[in-house]
Design a protein around this ligand. Sequence first.
Ligand code: HEM
Length: 209
Amino acid sequence: MSSLAASDERTVISAAKAIQPAWVRLVHWINAVAMILMIMSGWQIYNASPLFSFNFSKSITLGGWLGGALLWHFAAMWLLMVNGMVYLALGLASGRFRKKLLPITPSGILSDARAALTGRLSHDDLSRYNYVQKMLYAGIIVVGIVIVLSGLSIWKPVQLQYLTALFGGYDVARYVHFTCMAAIVGFLIVHVALALLVPKSLRAMIIGR
Ligand code: HEM
């Protein structure tokens, strides 16, 4: 066998072995950066007109003031949206969502949650998500879609008035947008903690294996 053929074969074998394919890793980390920029600049925008009786500490916000935060928010918005659409298109077209995230059954979630809480959940096979992971990942993808749509409806409430109306109007859309942010921050805390608890899953999301 020529050395070129041998190296092709090695490439094929290592690609077949990847737990997280390169495109998933790339869109995942672009999404993580875009989400963090959106959240931190969003907190600064919120501070200019709070929905609740609290403000976010300036030390965890981005943009310095309302105008600066809006620039960050609208710049990162394109990154989040385009990257998210690539993830959805490839996830659907490649069958990844069907294979990795479905089916999700209540009994599966209950038994895997019980196993996790009693320390009996196996992490041996990283190529398969357990039911709690499937539920969280599918759930956060839906939240990601809703936060973008509610964001569009408060950004352009005149041009996209049908979308804004679908959320029950501008004011409700703001609460929906905020609630999705809170869900993403909650997800992120649990998600990062679990990734650190099972470091080989983090390694697979960085180098593929
Ligand atoms: C910035 C810190 C983050 C870290 C350290 C991190 C880490 C990871 C790791 C290690 C995995 C694979 C875990 C596994 O095998 O279960 C994963 C998958 C995933 N993460 Fe994150 N993540 C981060 C941010 C985010 C954010 C901000 C989101 C979305 C809001 C997100 C959504 C997802 C989804 C949906 C998957 C499954 C992807 C798929 O299989 O198609 N992650 N993440």
